[in-house]
Each structure stands twice: as C-alpha cells, then as structure tokens.
Design a protein around this ligand. Structure first.
Ligand code: SF4
Ligand code: FES
Length: 817
C-alpha cells in the first residue's frame, strides 16, 4: 500500500501500523504506551498525527479533487493515535505541521501534570522516555503552580522491584506485559482517573519474569531494587553479551560502573529472547562482587595457601606435573566454559599427553539433536508442542517462546527501524491456545498451567512413557500395548492415540526435552525415536550455557573410563576449572590422596581449599569468547569492564602454562583458539555479529565424546533444575531473601513423616552431598519424593538419599553441640 508520510512515499504491507510507517520513513513521533512485542492499545495519546486518506464513491471509483484531478484526501476530524491506526492505500500522514506540534506539546504537558520533577534523584534519569520526549516535544516552560498528586514513592512490589507510584504515567505497559508475555496476570490498575495506581493483590510478584517491567517502564516508576541509587545512566558502560545462565543464549546488556557490575538488562535478539530475560539471569549477578572472590594465584607452601604471581604458579604446576605420565593427569572444565576455553583445554590435554579431558555436568546422552533440530523460531511458530521436564527452570526463555506459539502470532518481520513498535496483530488479553501444548513431568511444573494436556509420570519413568508413546505412534490401526506400556502411559490408549494423531497432523510439531530425559540413554533414545515417529523437530535443553558447543567441539573423553567421575577417582593429578567436587565427602577423600591438585575458580571452594595451586577465575561476565545455545546458534560473549584483579579464564591458565612449558599452545589466546574454531566449524567466531549464527552442517553433528556411565533411575530425591542457581542464592542477598535459599519441596505427608514444617531450615545428605535447604510443603509434590534444586555441576535426575539424615538446622546444632 502506497503511503505518503510528510514528503516520503513508501509501500507497506496491509496491517502495518501508521506509527511503524512513520518510523520506517525516517520520521519520528513520540510515544509511551506502545512497546515492541506487545499489543498496541492507544492509551497515552502521545503518538498523535494528522492523517487523511482518499475515499471511493459508491461505484468504487476514487473521489477526485476538482482542482488537481487527483484522488481527494479526506482528513480525520481529530488527530489520530498512529499506533492503533493501520495504513490505507493513498494515506497521507503529517507529523511536522504546527497543528501536530501543538497537539504533541499539549500531550507532553498533560502527561507531566502529575509526574514529579525528581529527575535528579531518579534512576531512570538520562534513560527516561518522558524526559526525552519532554525535551524534544515539550514547550520548555511549566505552567503548573498547583500541588501535584502525591502517592507512595518506595513501594516494594517484590524483593526485586520497587514501584514509585507518583512517577507512573499509566501507560499500562507493565500490566499488558504480564498478561501477554509470561501469561501471569499479576499486576493491574486499581482505582480510577487521577487516583489510578498500579498494584497487585498477590504477595510479591508470583512470576519468573518480573524484571522485564523495569526495562519497559518508560519512566522511573518501576525500578530494579538491586541497582537502585547505584549510578546514573550516563555513568554506566554498556556491554552487549550473551547470558551464560542457561542454554538459551539470551542477549543481555551488562551495565558496569567503576569496575563493578551494577545491573543486567535484556538486549534485543529477535530470534532468541526478543527483549525478555528471566529473573535468574537479570538479578543473579551479585555473586561476582562477593568479598571472598579470589583475585590472585596461590600455591601451598608449608601447608598454607600463599599468594604468588601467575609465573610462579605456572612454574609450580609445570614442575609438579613433570614427574607424572600423561595418563595420570585429568582435566575438567565446567559446561559454561566458552568454545575458546574448550580449545585451550584440548590443547593442554594434548600437550600433557592425557585423554582424561571432560566437561561437567555432562548428561548421559547427547545434547545435540540426532535429527531435525528445532530453532527457537521453529518453537515459537509451532502448532503442536510436547515438553518433557521443567523447561521454565532449565531454560526460561524456552517457556516464553512456547507461549508465543500458544498465542499463534508469528514473529513480526523486521522493518527499516527494526522490530515493529505497534504490531496490530497482537491483542490485549490474548487467548493462549492451550490445546497446542502437552507437558509431561514427574511433578507439577509451572508450564502445566498453560498446557491443554498435563501428564504427571513417576520420577524416572521418562523412558517407559516415551517408549509407550512411540509404540502408539508406530502402531498401524489400534495400538496393542502390554500391561506395563499401558501403565507407563498414564492415560488411556485412546487419549494417547488422539495425542499422537494431533502431533502427526500438525504442520509443525516440536518435541522439547531436558535433563530428566537426558539422565538416561534409554530415555533419550526413546525421545529421539518418538520425535521421528511423529515427525517432530527436536529441541534438547542441555544443562549449561555451552553444553552444546563443548560437545560439538569434542571436549570430552573418547571412552567413559576417562570421564570426569572416573578421573576424580583414578587420576594422580587433576586440573579443575570452576568445579567443586569435594562437596561430596567420598570424593573429598579421593582428592586428599591426589599427588597434585590445581583448582581454577572464583572462590576458595571446598575443593580449592584442598588444592596445591589455586588460580583465580574470571566470571562469565568477564571473558570474551563464543558459546553455542540449545538451537545450535553460535553467539558471542563479551567481557564487561569489571575489575577482576588477576583473574583469568581457562585461556589465561593455558597461556601461562604453555609459557612455563615453553610451548605455544593452541588456545593460548582467544585469537589462537579462534583459528582452530574457524577450521573446525567453517565459520568465524570473530564475525558473528549481534545475533550470532545458526550452525546447521550437513550430516550428523554429534561428536565422538563418550556417554556418561553410572545412570541412576531410582531414588527418593529428585534433583530438579532451577533458574535460581545455587551461587546466586549463596552470594546474592536479594535473590536469597526472595526465595529463602534452596528449597526442599515435599508433600505434607512427607513433612509430617520427617517432622519438619514449611519454612524450616534443614540439612540432609543427598547423593553424598551435604545440602542445606528451606522446607516448602507443597501438596503438588508427589508423596514419597523430595525435590531439591541442582548444584551447578550436578545433572538433574533421581538420587538416593538417606532420609534419616534429614534434620532441622537447630536439631543439627543441638546434636553437634
Ligand atoms: S508503572 Fe511504568 S510501565 Fe507501569 S503503567 Fe506506570 S509508567 Fe507504565
Ligand atoms: S497512544 Fe500511546 S503510543 Fe499511541
């Protein structure tokens, strides 16, 4: 449709909003209530423009202007909200005339009637849409000589979000966000007219995605409590990077000031996280600034760890390893190491002549789909989705992209100015088509609220359920299932047949699974076979940010007898990066027997305390590199300007060791590691750009890394994923206050049985680890099963625990005393 915007004429597809046409034409209109990826509602009236269009007569002919002979333009009697008006053939839009300027000026003045002028102490100052618009479109003079509205200024909406009710301009972005994006309607307008305020009836904000409202609030009404009053916007250095909190690879902005990280905000990535991140990713960074962070290398002298230079530490490692044969040395890095660190680890293993190289946690099965991989856009546009597990906790953005699919609006095409500001296909109070979603998990997971079909199966029952579903999918005619298969289904054969039929008939079906399925090879094979039988694309949620990449790169042993658990037991010397296995007393006893132990970590962990050499590690915000997310997308990670002392990433470790050994190892620097990556993957990690690159090689992509042994399919404690990772809870005052620390969830019957009550602090020994947690009594947890969040290096799944060790902390102290 041809549209004339001021002096520019452009063609737009039907349904384009006028505000987007204006921006695409290179002009500007002020706006407050519209927001990318949310419904336009025309609430603020700030985007007004003068709009006219030609009309046709009854015979379908254009009514012509008598003077010019051209179609006559009929202007709307009032200025129109451009965000809720769609373009028409021949439309004329005026954003520059004096009339339009007068109206825009009036709307700025109207919006400021009740807005306090506390910009000098407002956290949004310098990044405030109202401040900018008042400067650009206001008159510069104030006619207000009356008292403005007074409302509560420091209202804690939750532990993480503070609301200043005086500053709210009633744009309704925050209310719409909760309804339309996570689908948790937890905020609303209360009262009317000038008395209207934002509020909630629920205690706190019961949603996993609350922090996004602080990004989209156009003024300083909704603020990130963790960074309040910590700096002015122009003082921050903004670093765009990739979140390393889970396998989704969400785009983030790390805001640093005076060498510290002050806050994390969501960055735009239209194909991954759009403009949203979860609360774990946003608020989980405080541990980086903990006082007990290691800043310098240490070596053990006379039984004590003493600070030394990197050169001394590297020389000590060289000397102590020189007496050992390669097969005695094990190297393990955590699964959120970058690809470049993976190259460095491989080069070091080669230089030392050891095949004992691994990353952890590494599940029992591959995290790279054996066939038909799904991208996040595939997921967001699917018309049938089956989820196994708790993806909301494992990779929260997957949860939001599933909700995109339930809304049934395909992602918008990018325009000249980027994402459309007002996508008229999006409606307020959207309908979520629940019938598209089936969620199966061993306990009630959050996503089940939005699912048309929720299947709760016994913990560890993934393989049996998937195999039974596969049998249904492969049956010709009426499926003939034996007794155990029928029991595993947890639904009637007719229901299962209907489910499979729906999946088969879908245009685009996606099967999503994570840690519970990956816990056993049998379940993972059954999932892949079921996916094939229903012709679904596969999305596998790996345990950490670079699980996919490290597997592709082959950072792992060629045989399971060289894998991480085996090397903890068998090797004589170990080099561990960001892993803390000594929390398990049995492993601790093994580590105490090692000839030599090197630990590279952020903190003096239990394992580091046993080490002969401790090397300070950079956090995930302090390194440069590349990761591969769960859809197989290569994404850049960029270091924020943070004062990390002498801390180094694993590349730094290998660089220092290479120098000590007199060898120029591949992976001694990001540049040298990237030379290896370029050859291996035929793409250039230095040239990925902001949105990265999907990696889709021809043929199979799985590496030759051996599968993990010691699969566990029985137990009384289920280790579950959690977006609030344990390091956030231990060294993050805000998140730990919000959640009460790690939660041990149990059915009321079990609470009675163990003599504990909701909110009590307890400790228990789980799979060898002594864990502390807060009891949460929850009728939705299956009786006889305790749910405990995972530790960073621990795969999710069943664990056997001696429940006699479950004691209240006070009782534990009494016993100890
Ligand atoms: S709190 Fe902010 S986002 Fe919510 S309605 Fe008010 S101004 Fe808009
Ligand atoms: S009315 Fe608010 S942006 Fe159009």
């Amino acid at each position: 449709m041809k549209v004339h915007i001021n002096d520019v004429s452009m063609d737009f597809p039907q349904g384009t909003s006028v505000i987007d046409a204006i921006f695409a034409a290179g002009y500007d209109v002020p706006y407050f209530c519209s927001q990318e990826y949310m419904s336009p509602i025309g609430a603020c009236r700030m985007c007004l423009a003068r709009i006219g269009a030609p009309r046709k007569d009854r015979d379908g002919n254009w009514i012509l202007d008598e003077e010019t002979g051209e179609p006559k333009i009929f202007y709307f009697p009032n200025m129109m909200a451009t965000c809720t008006t769609q373009v028409m053939e021949g439309m004329v839009v005026d954003t520059l005339s004096e009339d339009v300027k007068r109206v825009q000026n009036g709307m700025v003045e109207f919006t400021l009637i009740n807005h306090p002028l506390d910009c000098p102490v407002c956290d949004k100052g310098g990044a405030c849409e109202l401040q900018d618009r008042a400067y650009e479109y206001g008159s510069g003079l104030s006619r207000f000589d009356f008292d403005k509205r007074h409302q509560e200024k420091h209202h804690p909406l939750s532990e993480l979000i503070t609301l200043d009710r005086e500053r709210c301009i009633h744009c309704k972005r925050c209310v719409r966000y909760f309804e339309e994006v996570p689908g948790d309607s937890v905020l609303d307008f209360i009262e009317r007219g000038g008395h209207t305020y934002i509020g909630t009836l629920d205690p706190g904000l019961p949603s996993n995605f609350t922090g996004n409202i602080t990004d989209i609030c156009p003024v300083g009404a909704l603020l990130d409590t963790t960074s309040r009053f910590r700096g002015r916007n122009w003082e921050y250095e903004h670093t765009r990077s990739t979140a390393m909190d889970d396998a989704s690879g969400s785009a983030i902005i790390v805001d640093g000031r005076t060498g510290r990280i002050e806050r994390i905000k969501a960055a735009l990535h239209p194909e991954v996280n759009k403009t949203w991140i979860d609360d774990g990713t946003r608020f989980g960074h405080e541990y980086v600034d903990a006082e007990d962070r290691l800043h310098a290398p240490m070596i053990r002298k006379d039984g004590e760890l003493q600070a030394v230079t990197w050169e001394e530490a590297a020389a000590t490692i060289r000397d102590r390893l020189s007496g050992l044969s390669g097969k005695d040395i094990g190297i393990a890095i955590r699964a959120d190491a970058t690809l470049e660190e993976g190259v460095a680890a491989k080069a070091l293993a080669e230089a030392l002549g050891t095949g004992q190289l691994d990353h952890a946690p590494r599940p029992a099965a591959s995290v790279v789909p054996p066939q038909n991989p799904a991208s996040l856009t595939d997921l967001a546009t699917a018309d049938a989705i089956v989820v196994f597990g708790d993806v909301t906790e494992e990779a929260p953005i997957v949860d939001l992209r599933i909700k995109d699919a339930l809304k049934g609006v395909t992602p918008p095409e990018l325009m000249q100015h980027g994402v459309p500001i007002a996508d008229l296909r999006l409606k307020e109070h959207p309908v979520f088509h629940r019938a598209r979603l089936t969620v199966a998990a061993p306990y009630r997971v959050d996503l089940m609220k939005h699912a048309g079909r929720a299947l709760q199966y016994p913990a560890g029952g993934e393989a049996a359920l998937l195999a039974a579903l596969q049998a249904v999918a492969e049956a010709e005619g009426e499926p003939e299932l034996d007794e155990s298969q029928r029991a595993a289904l947890g639904m009637s054969v007719q229901e299962a047949t209907a489910l499979v039929k729906g999946l088969r008939e879908a245009d685009k079906a996606v099967l999503v699974y994570g840690g519970f399925v990956l816990a056993t090879r049998e379940a993972a094979s059954a999932a892949a076979a079921f996916g094939k039988a229903i012709d679904a694309k596969l999305m596998i949620v790996g345990p950490m940010a670079d699980s996919y990449g490290l597997e592709l790169l082959g950072v792992g042993p060629s045989h399971e007898r060289y894998a991480y658990p085996a090397m903890l037991q068998d090797s004589r010397a170990l080099i561990l990066s960001n892993l803390d296995p000594a929390q398990d007393p049995d492993v601790r006893a093994q580590l105490e027997q090692k000839d030599f132990l090197v630990v590279h970590d952020l903190f003096l962990t239990e394992t580091a305390q046993l080490a002969d050499v401790v090397l300070p590690a950079r956090s995930v915000y302090e390194k440069d590199g590349t990761v591969v997310n769960l859809e197989g997308r290569f994404l850049g990670v960029h270091a924020a300007p943070v004062d990390a002392g002498e801390a180094e990433d694993f590349i730094g470790v290998v660089g220092a060791l290479g120098e000590a050994l007199g060898q120029r190892l591949e992976g001694r620097s990001v540049r040298s590691a990237r030379r290896v990556l370029r050859k291996r993957f035929e793409l250039d990690p230095a040239e990925l750009g902001a949105t990265g690159q999907l990696y889709r090689p021809k043929g199979r992509t799985t590496s030759k890394v051996a599968v993990r042994s010691n699969e566990v399919v029985e137990g009384n404690v289920l280790v579950v994923p959690s977006m609030l990772r344990i390091e956030y809870l231990e060294r993050n005052p805000h998140l730990s206050r919000l959640s009460g620390g790690a939660r041990l969830r149990m059915h009321p019957q079990d609470a009675n049985l163990h003599g504990v009550a909701d909110g009590e602090r307890v400790r228990l020994r789980v799979g060898g680890l002594l864990r502390r947690a807060t009891v949460r009594v929850d009728g939705a947890v299956p009786p006889g099963l305790l749910l405990l969040p995972t530790l960073p290096e621990q795969p999710v799944g069943l664990v056997s625990a001696d429940l006699a060790t479950l004691v209240r902390e006070e009782s534990a102290l009494e016993v100890a005393g």
